[in-house]
Design a binder for this molecule. Structure first.
Ligand code: FBP
Length: 552
């Protein structure tokens, strides 16, 4: 196999573990706290999760644990979008299992949750694991977005667990996938199965976090990768002084990635979707905000700059959010008929009598290529595929129009040339940073300890992440503790609450203090590429968001 020089040396990297997990396997025991409650809708959730609701928080400490050396059979699933470090979660789980008992087996379910439903597995051997240590990607077993929701899918998953005689299933996924993990844990117990289910918090979006989960894995590496690219564009535009770069950044609904990249690069404008929603800003007001920065900088002779746009922005602009919701309803109610219409003009004609007038009017004003993107298939969890809506192009078009109006009114006298970019997939499979390599390996190892100790319906957790890894605190969080009921497809469903950017949180407030000056002056920062070797402050630091959150 052809491997790069970096891949070769990264195989040798030994991820750092919390000291409790790095020591002897005979010296890891469990401490449990008081019973827990869901974040809201407690009574309803207690009814849905009769067997798994309200379990205590778990931490690991030194001591004897009779169960830790059990021979175990475990299956692991990679679920949803790729995030750097997934391979290390599997490596940590594998090494933990083998350290506990060398006869334990780890199955990988191929292609995501459908691998569990369809019983498609590979046995993970030391050779396979060694080929993937400290590498990006999910290609060790593949991933998928299948949602286990029908009675048949749950029954088939149970059948697979029985056939393989599984002690546990580990679901490495985001909020939707871990909601699925919670339902699976409940279903197994309710149907007399002893197969445990443990989740691991994955997603570059950074939106699976709370008091107990400080960050999801992959966020660190993805943000550092995008920031390197944005920093390069900052330097390019500061050299050539001729382009405004409009950069859309992945992250689905939440703007955590855009905010972190703003800290790392100090762009002229960074839009934050959550603020747009809170202030009820219209598309026109957003365009005004960008044009204000362009106009001010033009007065200084600076006809160049950087604009960061969170991927999910359109869903937070009240008038567009309403449009998307209404489109979802019309498309769902006329699914088959609508699927037959392939031409955009005919699609608009079909929507004309079915959408409320005001939403139809917005639809008509959108450039056809953007309008079409609003009509594309939803993902299996019902989400609009925001990564496919070219918001950066929509904004550039509107900015150009507004600037010519300003010029006609003598309110702008600059020169506007632009470039658009979308950074998303570029960061999802990068070699994990040291932080993600260590964090993921620890999450996998911690999942093993939870399984060996008999827990189900838990999310593997590693806390105190801004301290050196030896001081990290490992344990488990009951999945039901992070849940509430939300309206999905016309009815209330239990879901893990998505963490959006908090406008009264330290990261946003810090950004808000600095952005006025960034909008006018050139304050760019150039973080450069992720470093794997060198001084610890360069190689091991966590995100600025995490550090600010710890300061509060
Ligand atoms: P997860 O929520 O599954 O972690 O996915 C993250 C993500 O990268 C989002 O940021 C993005 O909107 C989406 O996946 C893109 O999905 P796809 O890979 O299906 O194009």
């Amino acid at each position: 196999m052809n491997i790069s020089a970096l891949q070769k040396v990264r195989y040798e990297y030994k991820p750092k573990l919390p000291s409790i997990l790095a020591g002897s396997i005979d010296d890891i025991t469990i401490e449990t706290g008081a019973p827990t409650e869901a974040i809201s809708d407690m009574e309803e959730l207690r009814g849905i999760f009769k067997n798994t609701y309200g379990k205590p928080l778990v931490t690991f400490s030194k001591g004897k644990n009779d169960k830790i050396k059990r021979q175990l059979k475990v299956g692991v699933i990679l679920s949803g979008g790729q995030a750097p470090g997934g391979h290390n979660v599997i490596a940590g789980l594998f090494d933990g299992l083998k350290k506990g008992n060398s006869d334990s087996t780890l199955y990988g379910f191929s292609g995501g949750p459908s691998g569990l439903v369809e019983n498609k597995t590979v046995i993970l051997t030391p050779q396979i694991i060694d080929e993937y240590r400290n590498t990006g990607g999910f290609d060790i077993i593949g991933s998928g977005r299948t949602k286990i929701e029908s009675a048949e899918q749950f029954a088939a998953s149970l059948e697979t667990a029985k056939k393989l005689n599984l002690d546990a299933v580990v679901v490495i996924g985001g909020d939707d996938s871990n909601t699925n993990a919670a339902l699976l844990a409940e279903y197994f117990l309710a149907n007399g199965s002893a197969t445990q289910v443990i989740g691991c918090p994955k997603t570059i979006d950074g939106d699976l976090k709370n008091e107990h989960i400080e960050t999801s894995f992959g966020f660190d590496t993805a943000c550092k990768t995008y920031s390197e690219l944005i920093g390069n564009l900052c330097r390019d535009t500061n050299s050539a002084k001729k382009y405004w770069h409009f950069i859309k950044l992945m992250g689905r609904a939440a703007s955590h990635i855009a905010l972190e990249c703003a800290f790392q690069t100090q762009p002229n404008v960074c839009l934050i979707s959550e603020e747009v929603e809170a202030k009820g800003m219209s598309l026109d007001q957003i365009v005004d905000q960008i044009c204000d920065s362009i106009s001010k900088r033009a007065l200084n002779g600076d006809n160049f700059g950087i604009v960061l746009i969170p991927e999910g922005l359109v869903e937070f602009i009240p008038e567009i959010k309403k449009l998307i919701g209404e489109l979802n309803d019309v498309i769902a109610a006329n699914e088959k008929e609508f699927a037959q219409i392939t031409n955009y003009v005919d699609q608009l004609y079909f929507l004309c009598s079915r959408l409320p007038e005001c939403s139809y009017n917005i639809m008509q004003t959108l450039p056809p290529d953007i309008g079409q993107q609003f009509l594309m298939d939803r993902d299996p969890h019902g989400n609009v595929q925001v990564s496919r809506i070219e918001t950066e192009k929509l904004l550039v078009g509107m900015v150009e129009k507004k600037l010519s109006e300003r010029k006609a009114n003598n309110k702008y006298n600059g020169k506007f040339s632009h470039q658009t970019h979308f950074f998303g997939y570029e960061g999802r499979c990068a070699f994990p940073s040291n932080f993600d390599s260590d964090y993921c390996y620890s999450l996998g190892f911690s999942a093993f300890v939870l399984i060996a100790s008999g827990f189900t319906g838990y999310l593997s957790s590693v806390k105190n992440l801004t301290s050196p890894a030896s001081d990290w605190v490992a344990g488990g969080i009951p999945l039901t503790m992070m849940m509430n009921l939300e309206q999905r497809h016309g009815s209330k469903k239990p879901v893990i609450k998505k963490a959006l950017v908090e406008l009264d949180g330290k990261p946003f407030k810090t950004f808000a203090e600095k952005r006025t000056i960034w909008a006018e002056k050139t304050c760019f920062m150039f973080p450069g590429a992720i470093q794997y070797f060198g001084p610890s402050e360069v190689c091991d630091s966590s995100t600025i968001t995490l550090r600010l959150e710890h300061e509060k």
